[in-house]
Design a protein around this ligand. Structure first.
Ligand code: AMP
Length: 513
């Protein structure tokens, strides 16, 4: 099934209902969305000379045209390559070159960069700016009949955020994205016309993926005019739109929960905030639940198994009477309906409950492989299971608790230290706003533990003695950082994830090792 069937179908069934919105304003109803999608699809084929299976990149900040471009690509049987709009031009160039993309749909903000890349990237030949004259022509062309797609046909090349090197293009098929959407309905929320999804995070990543279960059921896709997560703007949009869900990185949830305007917004209209993509620390989650009520659902996923490994449901978040409520809040929840999830040892043997090992996943949502990288694909999908590189353990009830990425594990004096555990404890100190814990090579200990600490806004910076005392109150002495670095901010990538590699490199450079 071609995912663009959803738009075509809703164009008839929900013709007059809002499909796309820019802030408070309706950009198009379903009939218009469907018509524009079919027209642009025709233009991509006839005017731009693309054939089914060809790649078309989308390089623009969040805006309604983003979704028009994506569904038009699918309607024409093309493979969409959504590129993070905040990447450097050379990083964009790498992705276009690697995916052999010949056409880019972009916006005014990125038009110059995209045009310059036509000279740098051999296969790239056309840039279409949306909105713009050529785009307008495409949207008014005659309609193309929906192109058939088999479940295994590629739909989305999802370039990973690359916290560890060059991004890899996870090839997501129509089946993968369909399964992801159905399992959203099964495990997170049912969706109905009249609901809306707010794109407060990049459509090229989690927000775009979780937009799909909403498009599937005829909900409206609302793009804030700022293109991002401004608490005051979201508060205004909550007055205009109801049944609202949105995807947010944990850091955004923390910011929203602490914002007085947002906390006093019309939260009756807020259905669900789906957070994930990075650790949510317990102290932050409890504060968010306090401010926002049981409207939070957590997902644990990867681009390679789009947004779908485990989930901690809204019900789990709200189940305060459960004897293990806090442990559950610190977990990422049980396996999703459509996947098998195991914890395995270094040679792929399943480990018993409680033991820590690598998380592996199998199911119809798991990517077909990495685009044009057979070796990396074979490694990631060894034995038919996706190897996530994440380390965790299951409890007796089947709730998974993540420790860290395997490469972030610190081995100090022969003992394993999971940075997240130390970070969770340090965040209990009210003077700590953000923290990241990494290992520094150490002749005596193998690695020693270093904490990079950002002071909380409006609080007195904590002293080393206080931080030490906080650690000793909660965790074993050997897990206590040997060194604290007080910094103004932590290095993050374009998705807001802390890049620990940079912190480690800084420490190695300093020590001259
Ligand atoms: P990406 O493919 O860029 O979305 O990154 C996926 C990685 O983000 C996973 O392999 C995890 O390391 C991390 N991640 C995703 N969801 C969560 C979560 N709920 N809690 C902790 N880490 C997460």
């Amino acid at each position: 099934m071609n995912l663009a069937s959803w738009v075509e179908r809703h164009g008839r069934r929900f013709a007059d209902a809002p499909a796309l919105a820019s802030g408070e304003r309706v950009h198009s109803d379903w009939a218009t969305f469907a018509a524009r999608t079919a027209s642009v699809a025709n233009g991509l084929r006839d005017d731009l000379g693309l054939s089914p299976g060809d790649r078309v990149a989308i390089l623009m900040r969040n805006r309604p045209e983003y979704l028009e471009a994506m569904f038009a690509a699918w309607h024409a049987g093309l493979v969409a390559v959504p590129v993070n709009a905040r990447l450097h031009r050379d990083e964009v160039g790498y992705i276009l070159d690697h995916s052999a993309t010949s056409v880019v749909i972009t916006d005014d903000d990125h038009a110059d960069d995209a045009a310059a890349l036509v000279d740098d990237v051999e296969v790239l030949r056309e840039v279409v700016v949306a909105p713009g004259e050529r785009w307008d022509r495409l949207t008014s062309a005659s309609a193309l009949t929906l192109v058939d797609r088999a479940p295994d046909h590629a739909a989305w090349l999802f370039y990973t955020s690359g916290t560890t090197g060059r991004p890899k293009g996870a090839t997501l098929t129509h089946r993968n994205l369909l399964m992801m959407s159905l399992s959203y309905h099964a495990d997170i929320d049912p969706v109905a016309p009249g609901d809306c999804v707010l794109h407060a995070a990049p459509i090229s990543h989690g927000s775009g993926l979780y937009g799909l279960p909403h498009v599937a059921k005829g909900a409206c896709s609302v793009v804030p005019e700022s293109g991002g997560a401004d608490p005051t703007e979201i508060a205004t949009l909550l007055d205009r739109w109801s049944g609202m869900s949105f995807f947010a990185a944990p850091i955004m949830v923390k910011r929203l929960a602490a914002d007085a305007t947002f906390a006093s917004a019309n939260l009756e209209h807020l259905k669900t905030i789906i957070y994930g993509g990075a650790p949510m620390y317990l102290a932050d989650l409890e504060a968010a639940l306090e401010a926002l009520g049981p409207r939070l659902a957590q997902i644990y996923g990867q681009g390679e198994t789009p947004m779908t490994i485990t989930a901690l449901s809204k019900a789990d978040h709200g189940d305060r009477d459960h004897p293990r409520w806090r442990e559950r809040l610190a977990s990422v929840g049980p396996a999703r309906t459509d996947v098998e999830v195991r914890v395995v040892d270094g040679v792929g043997r399943q480990l018993p409950t409680g033991e820590v090992g690598e998380v592996v996943v199998r199911g119809d949502v798991v990517m077909a492989g990495y685009w044009d990288q057979p070796d990396a694909t074979a490694e990631a999908l060894a034995g038919g299971w996706l190897h996530t590189g994440d380390v965790g353990s299951f409890d007796d009830d089947g709730y998974l608790t993540l420790r860290d990425r395997s490469k972030d594990l610190i081995i100090s004096g022969g003992m394993n230290v999971y940075p997240r555990e130390v970070e969770e404890v340090l965040l209990r100190h009210r003077g700590v706003g953000a923290v990241s814990v990494v290992g520094r090579p150490d002749e005596e200990w193998g690695e020693s533990i270093v904490a990079f600490v950002v002071a909380a806004d409006g609080e007195r910076a904590p002293s080393v003695d206080e931080l030490d005392a906080t650690c000793l109150d909660h965790i074993a002495r050997f897990k206590r950082p040997k060194d604290y670095r007080f910094v103004d901010s932590l290095p993050t990538n374009n998705y807001g994830k802390v890049v620990k590699r940079e912190l480690r490199e800084q420490l190695v450079t300093e020590s001259g090792t």
